[in-house]
Design a protein around this ligand. Structure first.
Ligand SMILES: Nc1ncnc2c1ncn2[C@@H]1O[C@H](COP(=O)(O)OP(=O)(O)OP(=O)(O)O)[C@@H](O)[C@H]1O
Ligand SMILES: [Mg+2]
Length: 445
C-alpha cells in the first residue's frame, strides 16, 4: 500500500491525534570524537562530520483511539521517529502536529532518576507529565498496584531489574490518562504475564479514546493488537496499512525471501491433491548449503562429534520448496540432507519446534515415531535424505526449528550433529486463535 495514511476508518480527519508531514531527521556523525571539537572551533568554515539521514520524508496521520504498530529492522529509524513525536528530538525537516498530552515509554534507562526510589520517581514523572501532587497522590495506589513490584517501590530505582523498571514505567505512563501513549519496545523485557496485562491495559486505554503508537519486533503483536501498522526500512516508510500485510513484508525483509523465487517442483512429482511432494523430487534440490538458505538462523547453537553432518535443508509444501512461510492449516515437510562421515550402526534423526523465547512446542525423532524407518544403519560417505512430515496445529507467529542426528550405541545417545534453533519458520493464518497451538476448538451454546 502506498498511501501515506493509516487505514481510513471513516473518522473525520480533524479527529486526528497526531499528524506527520514529510518529517526527516539528519544526524551529524563524527568519525573521531575530537572532530566534534574541531567542528566547534571551525564553525561553518570546514565540515568534520558526515550526514546520516535516520528518517526521510515520513508522512502519516493517526486518528484518536487507534493503536498503531511500528516495525522494522535494527537501525531502521523507529526510535528516532518516536523521539521526534515525543519532542525529545527536533526534526531536520517536516512538520508534526500533536493533538493532546503524550506519555512515553522510551528505551530503558530514560525517564527515571536511578538514585530516587520508585515512589519518588512516580511523583517526579507525574509532574513531568503535567499532573499536580494531589493528582499523583490520588493515582499512586493504582500505579503501585499495576506495577506490582511489592516493597521495591520504596527502593532506589538503580536496584531494580529491567523487568521491574519497565513495570513501574508502564504503570506511570498508562495511569495518567494520556491522550497519546508512545511505547518503544519496552514491553519485551516484561514477563509474559505482565505483557498480557499491558495489552489488556492498551485495550482499556484505546476504548477510552487514547491513541497508542507502539514499536515492536514481534509481527504477532502487531497483527493481534494494532489497528494498522507501519514498516520502516532504511529511514523510510516501506509499507503502511493492514498489519498482516506489513508483518509479511517485514518477514520477507528479514530473511531476504522473495516469494516469487520459491522454486516449484516438477509437476509429476507433486501429489494430485497438492498437499505434499515426494522425497525424490526434493532430493536433487537439496544440493545447497544449510547456512546459505534464506531462513537459516545464524544464531543457531550447533554441536556434536561431527561423525554425521546435516548439510542442507528445505521446507516444502504444495509442490514448492524453500518456503519461509506456511499457512496455519497446511501440512508441510522439513527435508534434511545428512552426510555420514563414518559408518553408523544406528542413527536417529530428530526435529523440534520451539518459540523464539525457547518454549518447546513439539518434538519427534525417527526412533520413537509411529512409523519408524526399518533401516537405521548407514555407510561411511553415505548421503541420506530425511523427511519430517508435519501436520499443522500451529497458531500464527514465528517459530524456530531444531534438527539433529545422534548415534545410539550401547543404550547411549551420542550427538553427531545437533543444530538448535537453526531454521526460522513463519506460520500465517486467517484465523485469530490465541496461544501457540490451534486445537480447532469449537464453541457450542
Ligand atoms: N544521536 C545520533 N547520532 C547519530 N546517529 C544516530 C543517533 N541516533 C540514532 N542514530 C542512527 O540512526 C539510525 C536509526 O536509529 P534508531 O535508534 O532510530 O533505530 P531503530 O529502528 O530504533 O533500531 P532498533 O530496532 O535497533 O531499536 C541508526 O543507524 C543509528 O545509528
Ligand atoms: Mg530502537
Amino acid at each position: 500500500m502506498s498511501s501515506k495514511s493509516g487505514i481510513d476508518n471513516g473518522k473525520n480527519s480533524s479527529d486526528f491525534a497526531l499528524k506527520l508531514e514529510n518529517v526527516s531527521k539528519c544526524f551529524q556523525v563524527y568519525d573521531k570524537p575530537h572532530h566534534r571539537l574541531l567542528q566547534g572551533v571551525f564553525r561553518g568554515r570546514k565540515q568534520y562530520f558526515k550526514e546520516y539521514w535516520a528518517l526521510k520524508d515520513i508522512s502519516f496521520s493517526v486518528n484518536r483511539g487507534e493503536i498503531v504498530g511500528i516495525i522494522g529492522r535494527n537501525g531502521a529509524g523507529k526510535s528516532t521517529l518516536l523521539q521526534i513525536i515525543c519532542g525529545i528530538l527536533a526534526p531536520t525537516a517536516g512538520s508534526i502536529q500533536i493533538n493532546g498530552r503524550i506519555a512515553a515509554l522510551l528505551e530503558l534507562g530514560a525517564g527515571f532518576n536511578p538514585e530516587f526510589t520508585g515512589r519518588e520517581n512516580v511523583f517526579l514523572n507525574g509532574a513531568i507529565l503535567g499532573l499536580t501532587q494531589q493528582e499523583i497522590q490520588y493515582r499512586f495506589d493504582e500505579i503501585a498496584s499495576f506495577a506490582d513490584i511489592g516493597n521495591f517501590i520504596e527502593q532506589p530505582v538503580k536496584t531494580y531489574s529491567s523487568g521491574m523498571y519497565v513495570r513501574l514505567a508502564f504503570a506511570v505512563a498508562t495511569c495518567v490518562d494520556p491522550d497519546i501513549l508512545v511505547v518503544d519496545e519496552a514491553l519485551s523485557v516484561g514477563d509474559v504475564k505482565f505483557q498480557a496485562k499491558c495489552f489488556r491495559r492498551f485495550e482499556e486505554l484505546v476504548a477510552g479514546g487514547t491513541t497508542i503508537l507502539f514499536v515492536t519486533h514481534s509481527t504477532e503483536q502487531i497483527v493481534r493488537h494494532c489497528s494498522w501498522s507501519i514498516l520502516i526500512e532504511q529511514s523510510k516508510i516501506q509499507e503502511i496499512g493492514e498489519s498482516k500485510t506489513v508483518a509479511n513484508h517485514y518477514f520477507d525483509l528479514l530473511f531476504g525471501v522473495d516469494r516469487t523465487k520459491e522454486e516449484p517442483l516438477l509437476d509429476e512429482y507433486s501429489c494430485p491433491d497438492g498437499s505434499d511432494s515426494t522425497v525424490e523430487s526434493v532430493e536433487n534440490k537439496l544440493n545447497g548449503v544449510f547456512e546459505e538458505r534464506s531462513t537459516y538462523n545464524s544464531d543457531e547453537y550447533r554441536w556434536g562429534n561431527g561423525e554425521a553432518a546435516i548439510v542442507d535443508y528445505l521446507v516444502t509444501r504444495d509442490g514448492k520448496t524453500n518456503l519461509s512461510s506456511i499457512d496455519g492449516k497446511d501440512t508441510f515437510r522439513v527435508v534434511l540432507a545428512v552426510v555420514f562421515n563414518v559408518a553408523v550402526e544406528k542413527a536417529i534423526f530428530g526435529l523440534t519446534i520451539k518459540t523464539p523465547d525457547g518454549v518447546t512446542i513439539c518434538g519427534e525423532n525417527s526412533r520413537d515415531c509411529i512409523d519408524a524407518p526399518a533401516s537405521q544403519s548407514f555407510k561411511k560417505g553415505e548421503r541420506v535424505i530425511v523427511s519430517f512430515v508435519l501436520g499443522q496445529f500451529l497458531c500464527l507467529g514465528e517459530y524456530l526449528l531444531s534438527v539433529g542426528v545422534v548415534e545410539e550405541k550401547d543404550g547411549e545417545l551420542i550427538p553427531m550433529d545437533r543444530r538448535y534453533d537453526s531454521i526460522y519458520l513463519h506460520i500465517s493464518s486467517e484465523k485469530k486463535s490465541y496461544g501457540l497451538v490451534d486445537f480447532g476448538i469449537r464453541v457450542e451454546i
